[in-house]
Design a protein around this ligand. Structure first.
Ligand SMILES: CC(C)(COP(=O)(O)OP(=O)(O)OC[C@H]1O[C@@H](n2cnc3c(N)ncnc32)[C@H](O)[C@@H]1OP(=O)(O)O)[C@@H](O)C(=O)NCCC(=O)NCCS
Length: 185
């Protein structure tokens, strides 16, 4: 008997997640999700409400059976109009390892209003291996280079209260590459 294929057949399929831009009514669920995803900084609920409204075009969430299981907050920095800055990626523990973090970012990049984005920027603390793997994987998926430099230093900017934040810049990439990769976790 082929044990491997039997196990595969008997394993339940992970429930299908629905990806969409956030709305104001998602703010409280997003706030709870971020709080449950250390080492992310928990922001105020008001901040999450702004992300879900003013920044909805550059943010995305995934829901399963009506529950928010993953969220990406982002915006277009006025000083880098060709870029999407990803602020936070939060995936509920039970939903990790299914490509949701990556799919949410590709979903944002694939929207018509973000067709002119050529770079994705984020910051990552040196010790957050899961986050480094996620963004390095996204860079590979987009066929683009990734560059790093310290953006906010632990001593100089955080007064020793937070690890340094390393900026990771992915790009340049074009809309054709994103169209190819969307929906392929
Ligand atoms: C980091 C996090 C967002 C990853 O979400 P996810 O949906 O599980 O990630 P994905 O399934 O899209 O994985 C994408 C890639 O990252 C890799 N990866 C994800 N988590 C990893 C981990 N803990 N260790 C090593 N690699 C990891 C995956 O193997 C995958 O690589 P591949 O495409 O080469 O196979 C999630 O673990 C999380 O919410 N962590 C807590 C909050 C946080 O640290 N957020 C990131 C900082 S903003």
């Amino acid at each position: 008997m082929n044990t491997r294929s039997t196990v595969q057949r008997l394993s339940p399929e992970p429930p299908t997640a629905r990806l969409r831009p956030p709305e104001a009514t998602d703010g409280a669920a997003v706030h709870a999700l971020v709080a449950a995803c250390p080492p992310l900084d928990a922001n105020s609920l008001y901040c999450n409400l702004l992300q879900c409204t003013h920044f909805a075009a550059t943010s995305a969430l995934a829901e399963v059976d009506g529950n928010v299981v993953a969220f990406v907050s982002g915006y277009r920095p006025p000083v880098h109009p060709d870029s999407l800055f990803v602020w936070q990626v939060a995936v509920a523990e039970a939903a990790r390892g299914q490509g949701l973090g990556k799919r949410l970012m590709l979903d944002i990049l694939g929207r018509p209003e973000n067709r002119d984005v050529r770079f994705l920027r984020t910051t990552i603390t040196p010790g957050n291996q899961a986050s480094w793997h996620l963004f390095e994987s996204l860079a590979r998926e987009l066929g683009a280079a990734g560059e790093r430099r310290t953006l906010f230093d632990a001593g100089r900017h955080f007064a020793g209260r937070h690890d340094s934040e390393i900026e990771f810049v992915i790009g340049p990439f074009g809309p054709a590459r994103i169209a190819n990769r969307r929906g392929h976790p």
